[in-house]
Design a protein around this ligand. Structure first.
Ligand SMILES: Cc1cc2nc3c(=O)[nH]c(=O)nc-3n(C[C@H](O)[C@H](O)[C@H](O)COP(=O)(O)OP(=O)(O)OC[C@H]3O[C@@H](n4cnc5c(N)ncnc54)[C@H](O)[C@@H]3O)c2cc1C
Length: 399
């Protein structure tokens, strides 16, 4: 992947006004768009509306094509064998890759994989080679991340109760994790458990958790989307000390390193989906006739389209600005929270209007909008809910 640079204009100020993406990023978007049109959507069209993902016999060859097109391991830094795409590049890819029916959960239906959990970039060489390298090289599927618990997900530093007690050269794990995506299928994941004082950030450690350890039981949780999160029960699960990532008590700090820029890319998918939905709604209202004229001629409909366009333009500029600043190495705590909160909320509002413009058809499983609507509802909660982003923005401004 050639687009690894920080903003290429050399400017340290995000250009506003009549701005568009630099050429290299527009070419990247074109490449992803073509891949989606020729490779991804035809496969997706062969599956039922609510299919959770592509079956292995379709996903494997699709991922091979993505690797051949240099659309692989995009978030993984080059020194770890990934493409090392800039944050701006990542949002450009994520925005385009979400424009398919399964786009909210599996950007490009899972085609553009190859990224281990970011905490693995702090792993030892041996841990990395054993667990992360096979993912980057396409020899293994994705891994899970288990943070949230029944006691809460917004404030894990205080809420994590799952305990890891040192016992010689092992840790003994007891407790419960909730909502762990991919825990049913992944061969391993990363687990955040308490090794120190309750309620303290420095009391949490991170471990590599193989999925087949004795004492671990998994229960699928039925949620409104095609996500398949799991509840994990740990009953005296023993994992070697060698599976701890970083120092004891440093788990939370390691996780936080990539958290902020991850929020920027998280907003890109919902924004891409909302753009796609708005395009479909615009085509629809130009054809549909009610009360003697096209829906497109009604002011109430025009306002829905205008409001949606305004919100999407704002969301995209906030997202590109946050990514631009992240690539310049600026402190983007506020930018990332503004981008995540506004992007996911605006995308949801746009999708709601699009469903409304389609009428009953918008709620039908004939259309991807029904699925997108449920998927985007989740995005307002995941990766730090909107209220948490507001809390961060206000905290930084009031500091
Ligand atoms: C489909 C799905 C997949 C998931 N996948 C994973 C996964 O793979 N791994 C994982 O660890 N977790 C996962 N989660 C969990 C997710 O990260 C949490 O749901 C999220 O962090 C919120 O935590 P909570 O549900 O416990 O809500 P709570 O933390 O109990 O919050 C409840 C409500 O209170 C609000 N709130 C919180 N703080 C404040 C405040 N200061 N002021 C005002 N309001 C506030 C929240 O925004 C939320 O609306 C997943 C969740 C879902 C639904």
């Amino acid at each position: 992947m050639s687009v690894t640079a920080t903003p290429s204009s050399g400017s340290d100020t995000f250009p506003t006004g009549a701005w568009e993406l630099p050429d290299e990023f527009r070419m990247l978007a074109d490449t992803v768009r073509r891949f989606m049109e020729t490779e991804v959507r035809p496969l997706e069209d062969t599956l039922p509306h609510d299919a959770a993902g592509l079956p292995p016999e379709l996903l494997g060859p699709l991922q091979a094509k993505a690797r051949a097109a240099d659309l692989w391991a995009l978030q993984t830094p080059a020194e770890f064998g990934g493409a090392g795409l800039s944050v701006l590049g990542q949002v450009v890819v994520a925005e385009e890759a979400a424009k398919c029916r399964m786009g909210a959960f599996f950007p490009a239906c899972g085609a553009f994989g190859g990224n281990p959990p970011t905490v693995m970039f702090s792993a030892t060489k041996e841990q990395f080679e054993t667990y992360a390298r096979p993912i980057i090289e396409g020899r293994a599927g994705r891994a899970f991340t288990a943070i949230s618990e029944p006691s809460g997900g917004s404030d894990p530093a205080r809420a994590i109760r799952c305990r890891a007690e040192r016992d010689g050269d092992h840790y003994v794990i007891n407790g419960t994790k909730m909502w762990t995506t991919h825990a049913g299928s992944a061969a391993w994941g990363v687990l955040y458990a308490r090794t120190g004082e309750p309620g303290r950030r420095d009391g949490i450690s991170c471990f590599i958790l193989p999925n087949d350890v004795e004492g671990l039981t998994k229960f699928p949780i039925d949620v409104m989307t095609s996500y398949a999160p799991y509840e994990l029960h740990f009953d005296n699960v023993r994992i070697p000390v060698a599976n701890r990532i970083g120092e004891e008590g440093q788990g939370f700090n390691l996780a936080s390193q990539f958290l902020v820029s991850g929020r920027i890319a998280y907003a890109a998918g919902p924004i891409g989906i909302a753009q796609q939905a708005l395009g479909m709604a615009i085509d629809w209202v130009k054809q549909r006739e009610v009360f003697g004229s096209r829906l497109a001629d009604k002011q109430g409909i025009q306002w829905m389209i205008a409001d949606s366009e305004v919100e999407l333009r704002a969301a995209r500029l906030l997202m590109y600005q946050a990514a631009w600043n992240a690539d310049l190495g600026k402190d983007v705590r506020v930018d990332a929270s503004v981008c995540k909160m506004y992007g996911t909320e605006a995308a949801y509002r746009v999708l709601d209007r699009c469903v409304q413009m389609f009428g009953a058809l918008g709620l039908s499983k004939e259309m991807p909008l029904e699925r997108w609507f449920r998927d985007l509802r989740v995005k307002r909660l995941g990766e730090g809910a909107s209220e948490v982003q507001k809390m961060i923005i206000a905290r930084e401004l009031l500091r």
